[in-house]
Design a binder for this molecule. Structure first.
Ligand code: FUB
Length: 313
């Protein structure tokens, strides 16, 4: 996404009654969906949700209308990333200067004797790829401030600066990306990674701007559990401080459990906001059986996000 459209994807032509395909958006177990709008198409880049050993590729989905979705299989494969062999997940995709940069997590540094990994970057000339390794190594491969190097979100601020927010294991960092995404720029005090972890944060950070305010969102609760959910904070700066306001997305015992790890789509013309997230169908207990869904998100007059009603429609 170019410019501020990175924060919240914008469509030009939308009716007051914007229809979607209903939930789930497409068949298959797909988690951690990142939504984007490139030219006239919506894109969703999810995790292929399976056991670590089978998470060796990414599929993408595109749509002109949020109703009909086309699958783009294996837009990035571990065969293109020599340091990645499993647990590839949670993409964040951004357009810059005509190139599409695909940030992803791979391998699991929990056991450094087995795995070397972290957050990688791939690049392509079009959203559907094919993507190639951009750096030949992870962009972030170490533990800074206790933040597992996963679940990155790339945010383009209104002053032009690109930030990366990331982190699992209950810690969230922010860093300033350099202009070509090969590394980082220091903050004024010379440091590169600042911890900005809000109360109850677990993973899955996301940022957008509305009314000049920075809305920072994340997933909390138990990974793979029914209480996995999304909460948020509002700040005056991309650096926070991020004081937790409350939960806005969570399970509904009549519809689904474990609703979390989301991204946000904004239709500027109609000023409609959508949350794209994963959830577990009722009766499913397998941690990886997560499906990608969409629901509308509303604000109150003060700009607070109202609790989302999760639906089948
Ligand atoms: O899909 C793998 C992991 O599950 C993600 O990194 C987390 O955010 C959780 O959704």
């Amino acid at each position: 996404l170019a410019g501020t459209m990175l924060l919240s994807c914008t469509i030009q032509d939308s009716s007051a009654q914007q229809k979607t395909s209903g939930n789930p958006l497409f068949p298959g177990w797909y988690a951690d969906p990142e939504v984007a709008k490139f030219d006239t198409a919506y894109w969703i880049f999810p995790t292929y949700s399976d056991i670590y050993e089978k998470q060796v590729f990414f599929d993408a989905f595109s749509s002109k209308d949020l109703v009909h979705w086309n699958k783009h299989p294996r837009i990035l494969d571990s065969s293109a990333i020599k340091w990645a062999n499993r647990a590839m997940w949670a993409p964040a995709v951004i357009e810059k200067d005509g190139k599409y940069f695909f940030f992803f997590g791979a391998n699991d540094i929990q056991d450094p004797s087995r795995d070397y990994g972290g957050i990688g970057v791939a690049v392509a000339d079009q959203p559907a790829g094919p993507y190639k390794d951009y750096l030949g190594k992870p962009l972030i491969d170490k533990l800074y401030n206790g933040a597992q190097p996963i679940d990155q979100f790339v945010f383009h601020d209104k002053d032009g600066q690109y930030y990366i927010y990331y982190g699992g294991w209950g810690h969230c960092n922010v860093a300033k990306l350099n202009n070509d995404f090969t590394g980082f720029e220091p903050f004024e005090d010379g440091s590169y990674f600042k911890e900005i972890t809000p109360e109850k944060y677990v993973e899955g950070p996301f940022m957008f701007i509305r009314g000049g305010k920075y809305y920072f969102m994340w997933s909390e609760g138990g990974w793979g559990g029914p209480d996995y959910s999304v909460a948020y904070a509002i700040a005056d700066s991309p650096m926070g401080p991020f004081k937790r306001i409350g939960k806005i997305l969570q399970q509904d015992p009549k519809i689904a459990t474990g609703a979390g790890h989301h991204s946000i789509l904004h239709e500027e013309k109609s000023d409609k906001w959508f949350i794209i997230y994963h959830r577990r169908p009722l009766g499913e207990t397998h941690a990886n059986h997560r499906a990608t869904c969409i629901d509308e998100m509303h604000f109150d007059a003060k700009g607070n996000i109202l609790p989302v009603k999760i639906t089948f429609s």
